[in-house]
Design a binder for this molecule. Structure first.
Ligand SMILES: *[C@@H]1O[C@H](CO)[C@@H](O)[C@H](O)[C@H]1NC(C)=O
Ligand SMILES: *[C@@H]1O[C@H](CO)[C@@H](O)[C@H](O)[C@H]1NC(C)=O
Ligand SMILES: *[C@@H]1O[C@H](CO)[C@@H](O)[C@H](O)[C@H]1NC(C)=O
Ligand SMILES: *[C@@H]1O[C@H](CO)[C@@H](O)[C@H](O)[C@H]1NC(C)=O
Ligand SMILES: *[C@@H]1O[C@H](CO)[C@@H](O)[C@H](O)[C@H]1NC(C)=O
Ligand SMILES: [Zn+2]
Ligand SMILES: [Zn+2]
Length: 657
């Protein structure tokens, strides 16, 4: 979307706060909400998870197929069931199994290559991955149903020791040298040595003869458990295996540099430039295709005449597409069709104007729904011809896992949407922090023996991972909104004067310095919902060319990248994006007369303990910190009780919007 990460993103779990999907309109929501509902709502729910809404309309045009093509996923965070309450992203992993197989088939019949790439963060964000111990026990086998060519590790595979071991001992083995982790090692408990999780690099030849050297590079992550080690990129490029790979006599037609790593060079977390520079010192002109992730945005960034980078969003909302042409016998081992596959559109843009490289590119961000998948797989018979048995089986497996884990159990009926950043942080009617999180922790995070004490509760906003959508609030939604297990700790009887200063100090820290808190104008009138304001009408040409329907554009991704604004495969109206502070504070049991208490119980996530102690300053030490409710009561434990408390109305008759 238009605003890209500059300030708030802290790295670690605080990294991801942005909005998606549908925007409510405060208390007048229903009256403001006309246009999306007006769209004729044909339900294509045969294969995706039962009840998930279908997309209202589809892509704006066919893909540009080149000599080598890529489909890219990143930051799926367990969303294998798809988005059950959002029509733009309703496809499930089984639909993706069918789609990716169809696309590979299409590539073969065109005489070109198609490679599937994933750049990590497979945990933390959805019940399918997080409702098991350890995380991922049920989701990883489902994820692995895709025939990926290249995969790499994300930071969310490294916080929890058991998860790191699971990746090392099971999944890295399963994928063999397609799992590439150039700068990440995990402890081998047998030898006591830290060893590369996957391969350091992969050299392979594609079906059409393209010789590829691939590196998988995680950003310089430091929040990992002691089960792993992350080499900084600047050190990795000095490793002897890396120098050897670049000096190898084996010919390389294309480098693939992929990693859990933002593609935008100005993003402080990104380390891709360091690796590109190292490659360029040895190979000045060989194309370098880059695939990134972690900052959870759609983005496309040009590195040089022969190097472009795509980042493909998050949470199974986006599937990235890149195609490249320009190979022939003089510059590669490519044996496929030259210069381009026929009967389809082809990539035509140089990386940048005036490029001296023979390579041309296309990029597209696909919405994750069946309409998109069916459209681009070009099956003549549409819906009926699209599914493979393998895809249907995976859809069934997801349904079984959801049943087994009881993810569909309903705890309440959320009366409206609340979002993380589509409305100002202070907007009680629309923003999830004042609207839901503060009342929820105030009511639920309580130690009865201290119920009479005033208390202040502190947390990082990054712990809240997703908007809360109107409709049934399920066990699954608990993981979707608050997937982390951050234990509530506290220090008893902190003078109010001291405690009340901590939130500002937290927010003034290095994390938030660089940006004002509010970045977009506040619409004056509640009902001038900006998403509706931007809404335009468009003609949609049906495939057979006769029917012309006018439909409203629904809110969703509106991406601006190095190539402009034509990257989104499906047109949407923009959702506003307000910057939110990195930390929040809630208060409870304060004096009824509005005065301040002398002392408070200061409650906070274990995740931010060090920072809180620092900000309290002299006299506050680790040994004063205790578990508040008990040592297992965490950020995963307050939303369900709150739903039971606050949202019982219509619980048994709660419509999915
Ligand atoms: C919204 O703004 C925040 C803060 O600037 C940024 O981190 C985030 O990536 C933005 N979201 C989108 C979708 O651009
Ligand atoms: C750990 O080391 C042992 C002994 O060398 C080896 O057999 C085993 O394969 C290693 N584990 C992994 C996951 O590589
Ligand atoms: C990691 O830290 C834990 C807890 O402090 C400790 O018990 C364990 O031995 C450490 N493991 C390694 C490999 O350093
Ligand atoms: C509440 O706090 C007291 C005193 O710190 C502690 O003994 C108790 O275990 C805590 N938990 C509950 C549920 O009361
Ligand atoms: C911690 O407290 C919660 C809420 O009171 C309770 O459900 C849970 O059983 C307690 N856990 C332990 C280990 O005492
Ligand atoms: Zn992520
Ligand atoms: Zn990440």
């Amino acid at each position: 979307m238009l605003l890209r990460s500059r300030g708030v993103v802290a790295g670690l779990a605080a990294a991801a706060a942005f909005v998606t999907g549908v925007v409510g309109c405060g208390q007048h929501q229903d009256s403001c909400y006309g246009p999306t509902n007006k769209v004729e709502h044909v339900r294509h729910v045969k294969r995706m998870q039962p009840g998930a809404p279908g997309a209202a309309y589809g892509p704006k045009g066919p893909l540009e197929w080149g000599q080598v093509n890529f489909l890219h996923t990143t930051d799926t965070h367990g969303w294998l069931e798809g988005h059950l309450k959002e029509q733009n992203y309703g496809a499930d992993w089984g639909d993706f199994v069918s789609f990716s197989r169809r696309m590979k088939h299409t590539a073969r019949s065109m005489g070109v290559d198609l490679l599937l790439v994933d750049t990590g963060d497979l945990h933390d964000g959805n019940g399918v991955s997080d409702a098991t111990t350890p995380d991922g026990t049920k989701s990883m086998p489902i994820f692995s149903e895709i025939d990926y060519d290249l995969l790499t590790i994300g930071n969310h595979e490294l916080y929890v020791t058991e998860v790191a071991y699971q990746m090392f001992n099971e999944y890295a083995r399963k994928w063999g040298d397609r799992y590439v982790t150039s700068n990440v090692k995990v402890l081998n408990q047998t030898t006591g040595q830290y060893e590369y999780v996957g391969a350091t690099h992969r050299y392979f030849t594609t079906a059409k003869g393209l010789r590829i050297m691939a590196f998988g590079v995680l950003f310089d992550f430091t929040g990992n458990s002691n089960a792993s080690q992350v080499l900084k990129a600047k050190d990795m490029v000095k490793e002897s295996w890396f120098a050897d790979a670049l000096a190898s006599k084996q010919p390389v037609d294309m480098f693939v540099l992929f990693g859990h790593n933002p593609v935008r060079q100005t993003d402080r977390a990104s380390t891709f430039q360091t690796v590109v520079d190292a490659i360029r010192r040895a190979h000045a002109k060989t194309p370098v295709q880059i695939f990134g992730g972690h900052s959870h945005i759609r983005d496309f960034s040009v590195y040089d005449d022969a190097s472009v980078a795509i980042e493909s969003g998050r949470y199974c909302e986006t599937l990235g597409w890149v195609s490249v042409s320009g190979f022939d016998a003089s510059n590669s081992g490519f044996r496929g069709v030259v210069p381009n596959p026929r009967g389809v559109r082809n990539p035509s843009r140089p990386a940048r104007p005036g490029s001296r490289s023979p390579f041309v590119y296309s990029r597209r961000y696909l919405d994750w729904n069946r309409k998109t998948f069916i459209y681009h797989s070009r099956v003549g018979g549409g819906e009926g011809e699209f599914d493979y048995h393998s895809g249907e089986r995976v859809t069934g497996d997801i349904g079984k896992v959801r049943d087994e884990l009881r993810l569909g159990d309903v705890y309440g009926c959320a009366p409206q949407d609340w979002c993380i950043s589509c409305a100002p942080f202070t907007d009680k009617k629309k923003n999830i922090f004042p609207g839901v999180i503060f009342p929820a922790v105030s009511a639920v995070v309580l130690n009865k023996t201290r119920a009479d004490r005033s208390r202040m509760i502190l947390g990082n906003t990054g712990a809240i991972r997703f908007d809360l959508h109107k409709g049934p609030f399920t066990y699954d939604d608990n993981f979707i909104v608050a997937p982390f297990r951050d234990v509530f700790l506290y220090i008893p009887d902190v003078p109010f004067d001291k405690a009340s200063k901590v939130i500002d100090q937290l927010n003034k820290g290095p994390v938030s310095k660089r940006r004002d808190l509010v970045s977009m104008p506040v619409p004056e009138d509640e009902c001038t919902n900006p998403t509706l304001g931007y809404m335009s009408r468009r003609d949609i040409r049906e495939e057979r060319g006769v029917v012309r329907r006018q439909e409203a554009v629904v809110p969703g991704y509106v991406t601006k990248d190095d190539w402009g604004t034509d990257g989104d495969d499906t047109e949407h109206s923009e959702i506003p994006n307000y910057t939110i502070p990195p930390y929040w504070e809630a208060r409870a049991s304060f004096p009824k007369d509005g005065s301040n208490p002398d002392k408070v119980d200061l409650i906070f996530f274990d995740f931010i303990k060090t920072k809180v102690l620092n900000d309290l300053g002299a006299g506050y030490t680790d040994d004063m910190v205790q578990c508040y409710v008990n040592c297992s009561f965490s950020s995963q434990d307050f939303m369900l009780p709150y739903a039971k408390l606050a949202w019982q109305e219509n619980k048994d008759n709660c419509p999915v919007v």
